[in-house]
Design a protein around this ligand. Structure first.
Ligand SMILES: Cc1cc2nc3c(=O)[nH]c(=O)nc-3n(C[C@H](O)[C@H](O)[C@H](O)COP(=O)(O)OP(=O)(O)OC[C@H]3O[C@@H](n4cnc5c(N)ncnc54)[C@H](O)[C@@H]3O)c2cc1C
Length: 482
Protein backbone atom coordinates (compact mmCIF):
# COMPACT_ATOMS: atom_id res chain seq x y z
CA UNK A 1 0.00 0.00 0.00
CA UNK A 2 1.32 3.46 -0.81
CA UNK A 3 0.14 6.58 0.99
CA UNK A 4 1.05 10.19 0.21
CA UNK A 5 2.32 12.85 2.61
CA UNK A 6 4.09 16.20 2.08
CA UNK A 7 6.60 15.27 4.78
CA UNK A 8 7.43 12.06 6.62
CA UNK A 9 9.19 12.37 9.98
CA UNK A 10 11.14 9.31 11.16
CA UNK A 11 10.89 9.07 14.96
CA UNK A 12 8.75 10.98 17.45
CA UNK A 13 11.38 12.38 19.79
CA UNK A 14 10.89 16.03 20.72
CA UNK A 15 13.07 16.94 17.70
CA UNK A 16 10.88 15.06 15.21
CA UNK A 17 7.63 16.27 16.74
CA UNK A 18 8.70 19.91 16.96
CA UNK A 19 9.99 20.00 13.38
CA UNK A 20 6.84 18.17 12.22
CA UNK A 21 4.64 20.62 14.15
CA UNK A 22 6.26 23.64 12.46
CA UNK A 23 5.93 22.03 9.02
CA UNK A 24 2.26 21.26 9.74
CA UNK A 25 1.78 24.81 11.03
CA UNK A 26 3.09 26.03 7.66
CA UNK A 27 0.47 23.94 5.83
CA UNK A 28 2.20 20.63 5.13
CA UNK A 29 0.47 17.26 5.58
CA UNK A 30 2.88 15.52 7.94
CA UNK A 31 3.24 11.87 8.90
CA UNK A 32 5.30 10.84 11.96
CA UNK A 33 6.40 7.20 12.22
CA UNK A 34 7.40 5.99 15.69
CA UNK A 35 8.61 2.45 16.47
CA UNK A 36 7.70 2.53 20.19
CA UNK A 37 4.18 2.25 21.61
CA UNK A 38 4.45 5.82 22.91
CA UNK A 39 5.58 9.12 21.40
CA UNK A 40 8.25 11.44 22.86
CA UNK A 41 11.42 9.33 22.65
CA UNK A 42 13.43 10.07 25.79
CA UNK A 43 10.77 12.59 26.81
CA UNK A 44 8.04 10.31 28.03
CA UNK A 45 6.76 8.94 31.29
CA UNK A 46 5.60 5.46 32.23
CA UNK A 47 3.57 3.89 35.01
CA UNK A 48 4.42 0.95 37.26
CA UNK A 49 1.56 0.15 39.62
CA UNK A 50 0.70 3.40 41.44
CA UNK A 51 3.95 5.18 40.51
CA UNK A 52 4.58 7.36 37.46
CA UNK A 53 8.20 7.74 36.36
CA UNK A 54 9.79 10.21 33.99
CA UNK A 55 11.99 8.07 31.75
CA UNK A 56 14.82 10.59 32.05
CA UNK A 57 14.14 14.30 31.70
CA UNK A 58 13.77 16.19 35.00
CA UNK A 59 15.01 19.72 34.40
CA UNK A 60 14.48 22.05 31.43
CA UNK A 61 14.66 25.86 31.23
CA UNK A 62 11.04 26.70 30.40
CA UNK A 63 10.03 30.11 31.74
CA UNK A 64 6.95 31.75 30.23
CA UNK A 65 9.11 34.32 28.39
CA UNK A 66 11.75 31.77 27.33
CA UNK A 67 12.48 30.00 24.04
CA UNK A 68 10.44 26.82 24.44
CA UNK A 69 7.29 28.63 25.53
CA UNK A 70 7.85 31.13 22.70
CA UNK A 71 7.82 28.25 20.21
CA UNK A 72 4.74 26.65 21.79
CA UNK A 73 3.01 30.04 21.62
CA UNK A 74 3.70 30.31 17.86
CA UNK A 75 2.22 26.84 17.46
CA UNK A 76 -0.81 27.82 19.57
CA UNK A 77 -0.34 25.07 22.17
CA UNK A 78 1.31 26.85 25.09
CA UNK A 79 -1.81 26.34 27.23
CA UNK A 80 -1.33 22.55 26.94
CA UNK A 81 2.01 22.70 28.76
CA UNK A 82 2.19 23.88 32.39
CA UNK A 83 5.46 23.92 34.24
CA UNK A 84 6.61 23.63 37.84
CA UNK A 85 9.77 25.46 38.89
CA UNK A 86 12.41 23.32 40.59
CA UNK A 87 13.53 24.42 44.09
CA UNK A 88 17.14 24.69 42.85
CA UNK A 89 19.12 24.33 39.62
CA UNK A 90 21.04 21.44 41.25
CA UNK A 91 22.46 20.34 44.56
CA UNK A 92 26.01 19.00 44.60
CA UNK A 93 28.19 17.35 47.18
CA UNK A 94 31.94 16.67 47.05
CA UNK A 95 34.35 15.82 49.91
CA UNK A 96 35.08 19.55 50.39
CA UNK A 97 31.85 21.33 49.43
CA UNK A 98 28.09 20.81 49.45
CA UNK A 99 25.56 23.40 48.36
CA UNK A 100 22.48 24.07 46.25
CA UNK A 101 22.83 26.28 43.20
CA UNK A 102 19.61 28.33 43.18
CA UNK A 103 17.29 28.35 40.20
CA UNK A 104 16.35 32.02 40.17
CA UNK A 105 18.41 34.66 38.42
CA UNK A 106 18.92 37.08 41.35
CA UNK A 107 19.60 34.25 43.78
CA UNK A 108 22.26 32.88 41.42
CA UNK A 109 24.03 36.22 41.28
CA UNK A 110 24.05 36.26 45.09
CA UNK A 111 25.35 32.68 45.07
CA UNK A 112 28.20 33.69 42.75
CA UNK A 113 29.06 36.68 44.95
CA UNK A 114 29.01 34.49 48.09
CA UNK A 115 31.91 32.41 46.76
CA UNK A 116 33.73 34.74 44.42
CA UNK A 117 37.00 36.46 45.28
CA UNK A 118 35.84 39.69 43.64
CA UNK A 119 32.76 41.46 42.27
CA UNK A 120 34.78 42.12 39.10
CA UNK A 121 35.03 38.40 38.38
CA UNK A 122 31.29 37.90 38.78
CA UNK A 123 30.71 40.90 36.53
CA UNK A 124 32.97 39.35 33.88
CA UNK A 125 31.11 36.04 34.14
CA UNK A 126 27.75 37.77 33.71
CA UNK A 127 29.07 39.76 30.74
CA UNK A 128 30.34 36.59 29.12
CA UNK A 129 26.94 35.06 29.70
CA UNK A 130 25.25 38.01 28.00
CA UNK A 131 27.51 37.68 24.95
CA UNK A 132 26.63 33.99 24.67
CA UNK A 133 22.94 34.74 25.05
CA UNK A 134 22.96 37.53 22.46
CA UNK A 135 24.73 35.38 19.87
CA UNK A 136 23.13 32.00 20.45
CA UNK A 137 19.73 32.31 22.12
CA UNK A 138 18.30 35.77 21.39
CA UNK A 139 18.20 35.48 17.54
CA UNK A 140 15.58 32.70 17.76
CA UNK A 141 12.95 35.18 18.87
CA UNK A 142 13.16 36.84 15.43
CA UNK A 143 13.16 33.70 13.30
CA UNK A 144 9.46 34.07 12.43
CA UNK A 145 10.33 37.35 10.71
CA UNK A 146 13.62 36.19 9.28
CA UNK A 147 15.68 33.04 9.82
CA UNK A 148 19.35 33.89 10.35
CA UNK A 149 21.91 31.05 10.33
CA UNK A 150 24.18 30.62 13.34
CA UNK A 151 26.93 33.22 13.80
CA UNK A 152 29.85 31.08 12.67
CA UNK A 153 32.46 33.70 13.61
CA UNK A 154 31.27 33.70 17.22
CA UNK A 155 30.90 29.92 17.42
CA UNK A 156 34.32 29.23 15.92
CA UNK A 157 36.00 31.30 18.66
CA UNK A 158 35.06 28.48 21.03
CA UNK A 159 36.44 25.66 18.94
CA UNK A 160 38.59 23.55 21.26
CA UNK A 161 37.76 25.68 24.32
CA UNK A 162 36.59 23.59 27.23
CA UNK A 163 34.11 24.46 29.94
CA UNK A 164 37.03 24.15 32.38
CA UNK A 165 39.17 26.66 30.43
CA UNK A 166 36.32 29.12 30.06
CA UNK A 167 35.32 29.14 33.73
CA UNK A 168 38.87 29.22 35.10
CA UNK A 169 39.71 32.15 32.80
CA UNK A 170 36.92 34.11 34.53
CA UNK A 171 36.71 32.76 38.08
CA UNK A 172 39.66 32.21 40.42
CA UNK A 173 37.90 30.93 43.54
CA UNK A 174 38.33 27.16 43.57
CA UNK A 175 35.10 26.56 45.50
CA UNK A 176 33.10 28.52 42.96
CA UNK A 177 34.83 26.68 40.14
CA UNK A 178 33.81 23.38 41.77
CA UNK A 179 30.23 24.61 42.21
CA UNK A 180 30.00 25.56 38.53
CA UNK A 181 31.78 22.46 37.23
CA UNK A 182 29.54 20.24 39.37
CA UNK A 183 26.78 20.52 36.77
CA UNK A 184 28.82 18.39 34.33
CA UNK A 185 26.33 15.46 34.30
CA UNK A 186 23.94 17.76 32.38
CA UNK A 187 26.48 17.53 29.54
CA UNK A 188 27.42 13.90 30.26
CA UNK A 189 31.13 14.66 30.06
CA UNK A 190 33.80 16.14 32.35
CA UNK A 191 34.40 19.94 32.39
CA UNK A 192 37.88 19.49 30.88
CA UNK A 193 36.54 17.60 27.89
CA UNK A 194 33.23 19.40 27.45
CA UNK A 195 32.88 22.32 25.04
CA UNK A 196 32.47 25.72 26.70
CA UNK A 197 29.78 26.75 24.25
CA UNK A 198 27.59 23.77 25.07
CA UNK A 199 27.93 23.82 28.85
CA UNK A 200 27.91 27.58 29.37
CA UNK A 201 24.83 28.04 27.17
CA UNK A 202 23.00 25.42 29.24
CA UNK A 203 24.04 27.15 32.47
CA UNK A 204 22.97 30.58 31.27
CA UNK A 205 19.60 29.30 30.04
CA UNK A 206 18.85 27.72 33.40
CA UNK A 207 20.08 30.89 35.09
CA UNK A 208 17.87 33.16 32.97
CA UNK A 209 14.79 31.01 32.73
CA UNK A 210 14.95 28.85 35.86
CA UNK A 211 14.78 25.04 35.87
CA UNK A 212 11.42 23.41 35.24
CA UNK A 213 9.49 20.18 35.17
CA UNK A 214 6.35 19.69 33.06
CA UNK A 215 3.09 19.09 34.92
CA UNK A 216 2.03 15.58 33.96
CA UNK A 217 5.62 14.89 32.90
CA UNK A 218 7.40 15.64 29.63
CA UNK A 219 4.91 13.51 27.72
CA UNK A 220 2.75 16.64 27.97
CA UNK A 221 5.25 18.47 25.75
CA UNK A 222 5.30 15.60 23.23
CA UNK A 223 1.49 15.45 23.22
CA UNK A 224 1.16 19.21 22.68
CA UNK A 225 3.50 19.09 19.66
CA UNK A 226 1.79 16.01 18.28
CA UNK A 227 -1.61 17.73 18.53
CA UNK A 228 -0.39 20.49 16.19
CA UNK A 229 0.37 17.84 13.55
CA UNK A 230 -2.92 15.97 13.92
CA UNK A 231 -5.05 19.13 14.15
CA UNK A 232 -3.61 20.22 10.80
CA UNK A 233 -4.62 16.95 9.13
CA UNK A 234 -1.39 15.06 9.74
CA UNK A 235 -0.95 11.62 11.31
CA UNK A 236 1.24 10.37 14.16
CA UNK A 237 1.60 6.59 14.18
CA UNK A 238 3.19 4.44 16.90
CA UNK A 239 4.41 0.83 16.54
CA UNK A 240 5.74 1.70 13.08
CA UNK A 241 9.40 0.89 12.66
CA UNK A 242 11.01 2.52 9.64
CA UNK A 243 12.88 -0.25 7.82
CA UNK A 244 14.12 1.37 4.61
CA UNK A 245 14.07 4.43 2.40
CA UNK A 246 13.78 4.27 -1.40
CA UNK A 247 15.82 6.71 -3.44
CA UNK A 248 15.02 7.70 -7.03
CA UNK A 249 16.99 10.30 -8.98
CA UNK A 250 19.00 11.20 -5.85
CA UNK A 251 15.85 11.98 -3.84
CA UNK A 252 14.08 9.94 -1.20
CA UNK A 253 10.80 8.88 -2.80
CA UNK A 254 9.30 6.40 -0.29
CA UNK A 255 9.63 5.42 3.34
CA UNK A 256 8.88 1.83 4.21
CA UNK A 257 7.96 0.40 7.61
CA UNK A 258 8.66 -3.13 8.81
CA UNK A 259 5.02 -4.18 8.24
CA UNK A 260 5.55 -3.53 4.52
CA UNK A 261 3.61 -0.24 4.24
CA UNK A 262 5.14 2.32 1.88
CA UNK A 263 4.63 6.05 2.24
CA UNK A 264 5.30 8.26 -0.79
CA UNK A 265 6.68 11.70 0.04
CA UNK A 266 8.73 14.56 -1.34
CA UNK A 267 10.40 15.34 1.98
CA UNK A 268 11.86 13.25 4.82
CA UNK A 269 13.01 14.46 8.23
CA UNK A 270 14.98 11.96 10.27
CA UNK A 271 14.89 12.17 14.07
CA UNK A 272 16.51 8.76 14.50
CA UNK A 273 19.98 7.55 15.27
CA UNK A 274 22.15 8.64 12.30
CA UNK A 275 24.14 5.40 12.30
CA UNK A 276 20.91 3.56 11.41
CA UNK A 277 19.88 6.17 8.85
CA UNK A 278 23.19 6.30 7.00
CA UNK A 279 23.96 2.59 7.10
CA UNK A 280 20.99 0.26 7.21
CA UNK A 281 18.05 2.46 6.13
CA UNK A 282 19.42 4.17 3.03
CA UNK A 283 20.17 1.92 0.04
CA UNK A 284 23.88 1.28 -0.30
CA UNK A 285 24.26 3.26 -3.53
CA UNK A 286 22.58 6.32 -1.94
CA UNK A 287 24.78 6.57 1.16
CA UNK A 288 26.93 9.68 1.49
CA UNK A 289 30.66 9.03 1.82
CA UNK A 290 31.28 12.28 3.71
CA UNK A 291 28.56 11.57 6.28
CA UNK A 292 29.84 8.09 6.90
CA UNK A 293 33.39 9.40 7.33
CA UNK A 294 32.06 11.97 9.78
CA UNK A 295 30.16 9.33 11.72
CA UNK A 296 33.35 7.32 11.94
CA UNK A 297 35.16 10.27 13.54
CA UNK A 298 32.52 11.04 16.16
CA UNK A 299 31.74 9.26 19.41
CA UNK A 300 28.33 8.70 20.95
CA UNK A 301 27.75 10.29 24.35
CA UNK A 302 27.80 8.27 27.54
CA UNK A 303 24.97 5.98 28.65
CA UNK A 304 23.91 5.00 32.17
CA UNK A 305 22.34 2.47 34.47
CA UNK A 306 19.15 3.96 35.82
CA UNK A 307 17.15 2.83 38.86
CA UNK A 308 13.56 4.02 39.06
CA UNK A 309 12.22 3.67 42.59
CA UNK A 310 8.69 4.07 43.91
CA UNK A 311 9.00 5.29 47.51
CA UNK A 312 6.64 5.25 50.43
CA UNK A 313 5.10 8.55 51.54
CA UNK A 314 7.65 9.08 54.36
CA UNK A 315 10.27 9.71 51.66
CA UNK A 316 8.65 13.04 50.70
CA UNK A 317 10.57 15.00 53.34
CA UNK A 318 13.88 13.18 52.79
CA UNK A 319 15.48 14.95 49.79
CA UNK A 320 14.25 18.44 49.01
CA UNK A 321 16.13 19.30 45.78
CA UNK A 322 15.05 17.71 42.48
CA UNK A 323 18.48 17.32 40.86
CA UNK A 324 21.24 16.05 43.17
CA UNK A 325 24.82 15.19 42.25
CA UNK A 326 27.10 13.33 44.68
CA UNK A 327 30.82 12.92 43.90
CA UNK A 328 33.47 10.77 45.55
CA UNK A 329 36.14 13.38 44.73
CA UNK A 330 36.48 17.07 43.84
CA UNK A 331 38.43 16.00 40.78
CA UNK A 332 35.70 15.50 38.19
CA UNK A 333 38.21 14.65 35.47
CA UNK A 334 39.41 11.64 37.49
CA UNK A 335 35.83 10.54 38.03
CA UNK A 336 35.11 10.77 34.30
CA UNK A 337 38.33 8.94 33.36
CA UNK A 338 37.25 6.04 35.56
CA UNK A 339 33.90 5.96 33.76
CA UNK A 340 35.70 5.92 30.42
CA UNK A 341 37.99 3.13 31.64
CA UNK A 342 35.02 1.00 32.84
CA UNK A 343 36.61 1.13 36.30
CA UNK A 344 33.96 0.18 38.87
CA UNK A 345 36.32 -0.21 41.84
CA UNK A 346 34.15 2.32 43.71
CA UNK A 347 30.85 4.06 43.05
CA UNK A 348 32.41 7.46 42.31
CA UNK A 349 29.34 9.54 41.47
CA UNK A 350 25.59 9.30 41.87
CA UNK A 351 22.85 11.32 40.25
CA UNK A 352 19.66 11.41 42.31
CA UNK A 353 16.50 12.81 40.73
CA UNK A 354 13.42 13.40 42.81
CA UNK A 355 10.15 13.21 40.97
CA UNK A 356 7.75 16.16 40.98
CA UNK A 357 3.98 16.35 40.63
CA UNK A 358 3.41 12.94 42.21
CA UNK A 359 1.12 13.56 45.18
CA UNK A 360 1.16 10.60 47.55
CA UNK A 361 3.40 8.43 45.39
CA UNK A 362 6.91 9.91 45.45
CA UNK A 363 9.64 8.57 43.21
CA UNK A 364 13.42 8.73 43.19
CA UNK A 365 15.54 7.96 40.13
CA UNK A 366 19.25 7.12 40.38
CA UNK A 367 21.65 7.39 37.45
CA UNK A 368 25.21 6.11 37.14
CA UNK A 369 27.14 6.84 33.93
CA UNK A 370 28.55 3.80 32.12
CA UNK A 371 29.88 2.90 28.72
CA UNK A 372 27.78 0.36 26.94
CA UNK A 373 30.79 -1.95 26.50
CA UNK A 374 31.24 -2.30 30.27
CA UNK A 375 29.10 -5.44 30.05
CA UNK A 376 27.84 -7.80 27.39
CA UNK A 377 25.14 -9.08 29.70
CA UNK A 378 23.32 -6.00 30.92
CA UNK A 379 20.29 -8.03 31.97
CA UNK A 380 22.37 -9.50 34.81
CA UNK A 381 24.93 -6.76 35.32
CA UNK A 382 22.46 -3.88 35.69
CA UNK A 383 21.14 -5.56 38.87
CA UNK A 384 24.66 -5.79 40.34
CA UNK A 385 25.32 -2.13 39.65
CA UNK A 386 21.85 -1.06 40.83
CA UNK A 387 22.51 -2.77 44.17
CA UNK A 388 25.75 -0.79 44.57
CA UNK A 389 23.93 2.44 43.69
CA UNK A 390 21.20 1.81 46.27
CA UNK A 391 23.85 0.95 48.90
CA UNK A 392 25.54 4.29 48.19
CA UNK A 393 22.18 6.07 48.45
CA UNK A 394 21.61 4.46 51.86
CA UNK A 395 25.07 5.63 52.96
CA UNK A 396 24.25 9.19 51.89
CA UNK A 397 20.66 9.23 53.19
CA UNK A 398 20.34 6.60 55.94
CA UNK A 399 16.87 5.07 56.10
CA UNK A 400 16.04 5.55 52.39
CA UNK A 401 16.49 1.90 51.47
CA UNK A 402 13.61 0.73 53.61
CA UNK A 403 11.33 3.33 52.00
CA UNK A 404 11.66 1.70 48.57
CA UNK A 405 8.40 0.01 47.52
CA UNK A 406 9.12 -0.74 43.88
CA UNK A 407 12.22 -0.84 41.67
CA UNK A 408 12.67 -0.88 37.91
CA UNK A 409 16.17 -0.94 36.43
CA UNK A 410 17.28 0.29 33.01
CA UNK A 411 20.63 -0.11 31.24
CA UNK A 412 22.22 1.05 27.97
CA UNK A 413 20.38 -1.88 26.35
CA UNK A 414 17.06 -0.55 27.65
CA UNK A 415 17.69 2.90 26.16
CA UNK A 416 18.80 1.37 22.86
CA UNK A 417 15.70 -0.86 22.82
CA UNK A 418 13.14 1.88 23.52
CA UNK A 419 14.67 4.72 21.47
CA UNK A 420 17.22 2.98 19.21
CA UNK A 421 19.82 5.57 20.25
CA UNK A 422 23.23 4.16 19.30
CA UNK A 423 24.88 2.41 22.28
CA UNK A 424 22.10 3.78 24.51
CA UNK A 425 23.64 7.26 24.18
CA UNK A 426 21.85 9.73 26.46
CA UNK A 427 22.67 12.95 24.61
CA UNK A 428 23.50 12.16 20.94
CA UNK A 429 27.20 12.69 20.21
CA UNK A 430 29.58 13.31 23.11
CA UNK A 431 29.75 17.06 23.74
CA UNK A 432 33.52 17.26 23.39
CA UNK A 433 35.20 20.62 22.98
CA UNK A 434 36.80 19.96 19.61
CA UNK A 435 33.71 18.99 17.67
CA UNK A 436 31.15 21.64 18.43
CA UNK A 437 31.92 23.93 15.54
CA UNK A 438 31.41 21.63 12.59
CA UNK A 439 31.39 18.00 13.38
CA UNK A 440 27.95 17.34 14.81
CA UNK A 441 25.48 16.40 12.12
CA UNK A 442 24.21 19.22 9.93
CA UNK A 443 20.47 19.53 9.28
CA UNK A 444 20.93 19.16 5.52
CA UNK A 445 22.29 15.93 4.03
CA UNK A 446 23.80 14.78 0.73
CA UNK A 447 20.23 14.16 -0.53
CA UNK A 448 18.31 17.39 -1.20
CA UNK A 449 15.01 16.21 0.32
CA UNK A 450 16.44 14.39 3.35
CA UNK A 451 17.00 16.39 6.56
CA UNK A 452 17.99 15.37 10.08
CA UNK A 453 17.04 16.78 13.44
CA UNK A 454 17.41 15.99 17.13
CA UNK A 455 20.20 15.60 19.65
CA UNK A 456 22.72 14.13 17.18
CA UNK A 457 22.81 17.58 15.56
CA UNK A 458 23.89 20.96 16.92
CA UNK A 459 23.90 22.11 19.73
CA UNK A 460 23.47 18.54 21.08
CA UNK A 461 21.57 16.74 23.84
CA UNK A 462 18.83 18.19 26.01
CA UNK A 463 15.28 19.38 25.38
CA UNK A 464 16.13 23.05 24.83
CA UNK A 465 18.86 22.13 22.31
CA UNK A 466 16.60 19.72 20.48
CA UNK A 467 13.77 22.27 20.30
CA UNK A 468 16.27 24.81 18.94
CA UNK A 469 17.70 22.36 16.41
CA UNK A 470 14.30 21.19 15.16
CA UNK A 471 12.85 24.70 14.91
CA UNK A 472 15.92 25.70 12.89
CA UNK A 473 15.44 22.58 10.75
CA UNK A 474 11.85 23.59 9.98
CA UNK A 475 13.04 27.05 8.88
CA UNK A 476 15.74 25.59 6.60
CA UNK A 477 13.24 23.14 5.12
CA UNK A 478 10.50 25.71 4.60
CA UNK A 479 12.97 28.13 3.02
CA UNK A 480 13.95 25.50 0.47
CA UNK A 481 10.54 23.89 -0.11
CA UNK A 482 7.93 26.65 -0.08
C1 LIG B 1 18.16 9.39 31.53
C2 LIG B 1 18.11 10.69 30.76
C3 LIG B 1 17.98 11.88 31.44
C4 LIG B 1 17.89 13.09 30.73
N1 LIG B 1 17.68 14.25 31.42
C5 LIG B 1 17.49 15.40 30.75
C6 LIG B 1 17.10 16.58 31.43
O1 LIG B 1 16.89 16.59 32.65
N2 LIG B 1 16.95 17.72 30.70
C7 LIG B 1 17.13 17.74 29.35
O2 LIG B 1 16.95 18.80 28.74
N3 LIG B 1 17.49 16.62 28.67
C8 LIG B 1 17.66 15.46 29.33
N4 LIG B 1 17.99 14.32 28.65
C9 LIG B 1 18.30 14.40 27.20
C10 LIG B 1 17.05 14.50 26.35
O3 LIG B 1 16.05 13.67 26.84
C11 LIG B 1 17.37 14.11 24.90
O4 LIG B 1 18.53 14.78 24.45
C12 LIG B 1 16.22 14.45 23.94
O5 LIG B 1 14.99 14.07 24.49
C13 LIG B 1 16.46 13.78 22.60
O6 LIG B 1 15.41 14.07 21.71
P1 LIG B 1 15.47 13.65 20.18
O7 LIG B 1 14.34 14.32 19.51
O8 LIG B 1 16.83 13.92 19.62
O9 LIG B 1 15.24 12.10 20.06
P2 LIG B 1 14.94 10.81 20.93
O10 LIG B 1 14.32 11.16 22.23
O11 LIG B 1 16.15 9.97 20.92
O12 LIG B 1 13.82 10.13 20.03
C14 LIG B 1 14.08 9.43 18.84
C15 LIG B 1 12.81 8.68 18.48
O13 LIG B 1 12.99 7.99 17.25
C16 LIG B 1 12.38 6.70 17.37
N5 LIG B 1 13.00 5.80 16.40
C17 LIG B 1 14.30 5.42 16.34
N6 LIG B 1 14.49 4.58 15.30
C18 LIG B 1 13.30 4.43 14.68
C19 LIG B 1 12.86 3.71 13.53
N7 LIG B 1 13.69 2.96 12.79
N8 LIG B 1 11.54 3.79 13.18
C20 LIG B 1 10.67 4.57 13.89
N9 LIG B 1 11.05 5.27 14.99
C21 LIG B 1 12.34 5.21 15.38
C22 LIG B 1 12.66 6.30 18.81
O14 LIG B 1 11.80 5.27 19.26
C23 LIG B 1 12.43 7.64 19.52
O15 LIG B 1 11.08 7.80 19.91
C24 LIG B 1 18.03 13.09 29.33
C25 LIG B 1 18.17 11.88 28.63
C26 LIG B 1 18.18 10.69 29.33
C27 LIG B 1 18.26 9.41 28.57
Amino acid sequence: MTKDFDAVVLGSGIGGLNCGAFLAHAGMKVLVLEQHTKIGGYAHNFKRKKFTFESGVHSVPMSSDGTIMHLLRILGVESQVSTMELPSMYRFSTPTLSDSVPSRQDDITEFLLKYSNSREEVKALLESEKTFYDHICAPIFNFEKEYVPEDVRFVSKFHNRSCHDHITSLISNSHLQTALFAQWPYAGISPEKCGALYSFTMFLLHKREGSHFCKGGFSALANALSSVITNKGGVVLTKKTVSCLSVENSRVSHVQTSDGTQYRTSLVVSNINPYDLHTSLLPENARGKMVRRRLGNLNASISCVIVYMGMNSRFSSMISDTVNFWYESDNFETIYRKIEANDLSTINHLIMLRGLDEGDYPTLTLMYFVRTDMSNDWHTFKKVLAEKMVTKLEELYPGTKEMIELTEIGSPDTFAHYTKNFNGALYGFANVKDIYGEAKLPITTHLPNLFQTGHWGKPGGGIWNVMYNSYTASKIILNSFL
